[in-house]
Design a protein around this ligand. Structure first.
Ligand code: SI3
Length: 293
């Protein structure tokens, strides 16, 4: 699975004036990110607002991105859902459409035991012949699956890795150690990208790569050249932006930065924060200060 590495934006989903997915802006954004070093795309995840989209929209977005990207970089379709049936439906579609892999959060809202979560993942992986990357994001799902759970999961045929979105780097390392070298672990929190890579993550999937693709691609390159001090300097620089971003809903902030950069990606879907003029003015100042403009 060598194709899965590098810095992979969890794509912001561009919406048009009618509120639906914008075909043209999606293509524009995807092309731009590839030119800046994107090593793949992760669609309809947390950043992509997958849970605020219909099943048809998630399929539509995947088809647009695959058509634009051709086979230049791998496209990972997030198919996670509260219910197994939707995740299975999206998986079958992703396979037919030609995605490189699917990924799914642990099912959320209801409290399921490990056996039910395992069954959910097995049902997804058995639905189609396409690799599956599990998605650990306890801060949003409330489901904190254990290291032992992931060890068992890694032994299921077709489950090739895990996107690990928690700043507990020790836990990340314990999962890597238990699951073996072939099991891919992607760093989730962009603010510890370098720490995750240092610990052994094969790459990183995250939201701020939509707005800071170039410095993160450079950080990844420096890391692999063993230039750790330079990579760390870059991590510190991007974290100064992330610190500003975290004063807002991250999706609202990133959409505004993209808009200022000429990508008309539209507002996030409610109930995500809708920016007022004073907030836009503040983000404009941040963008100027950090040379986004
Ligand atoms: O599924 C996704 O869209 C992600 O990749 C989520 C990603 O890990 C983000 N995590 C959360 C909790 O939103 C990060 O990219 C995060 O936005 C960033 O590190 C800033 O905190």
């Amino acid at each position: 699975h060598e194709q899965f590495n590098g810095i992979i934006p969890a794509l912001i989903t561009p919406y048009g004036a009618d509120g639906g997915i914008s075909d043209s802006v999606t293509r524009q954004l995807v092309r731009h990110l590839i030119s800046q070093g994107a090593a793949g795309f992760y669609l309809s995840g947390s950043t992509g607002e997958g849970f605020l989209q219909s099943t048809e929209e998630r399929q539509q977005l995947l088809e647009i991105v695959l058509d634009e990207v051709k086979s230049e970089v791998p496209v990972i379709a997030h198919v996670g859902a509260m219910d197994t049936a939707t995740a299975v439906q999206l998986t079958r579609h992703a396979h037919q459409a030609g995605a490189a892999a699917v990924s799914a959060v642990t099912p959320f809202y209801y409290k399921h035991g490990p056996e039910q979560v395992m069954r959910h993942y097995i049902d997804i992986v058995e639905a189609a012949d396409i690799p599956l990357i599990a998605y650990h994001i306890p801060g949003l799902t409330g489901s904190n699956a254990s290291v032992d759970f992931y060890k068992e999961l890694s032994q299921v045929d077709g489950i090739i890795g895990l996107k690990f979105t928690s700043t507990n780097v020790y836990e990340m390392q314990q999962i890597m150690d238990s699951c073996g070298e072939d099991f891919l672990v992607f760093n989730g929190p962009d603010e510890i990208c370098l720490a995750g890579l240092t610990m052994g993550a094969c790459g990183a999937i995250g939201s701020t790569y939509n707005i800071m693709m170039a410095p993160f691609a450079e950080l990844y390159r420096l890391f692999h050249e063993g230039k750790l001090a330079e990579a760390r300097t870059l991590q510190y620089e991007v974290n100064r932006v992330i610190r500003e971003l975290l004063r807002y809903d991250f999706i609202a902030f990133e959409r505004e930065i993209l808009r200022l950069q000429g990508f008309e990606v539209g507002s996030p879907r409610k109930p995500i924060q809708q920016l007022i003029d004073a907030q836009r003015a503040d983000i404009y100042e941040v963008a100027k200060r950090f040379s986004f403009l």
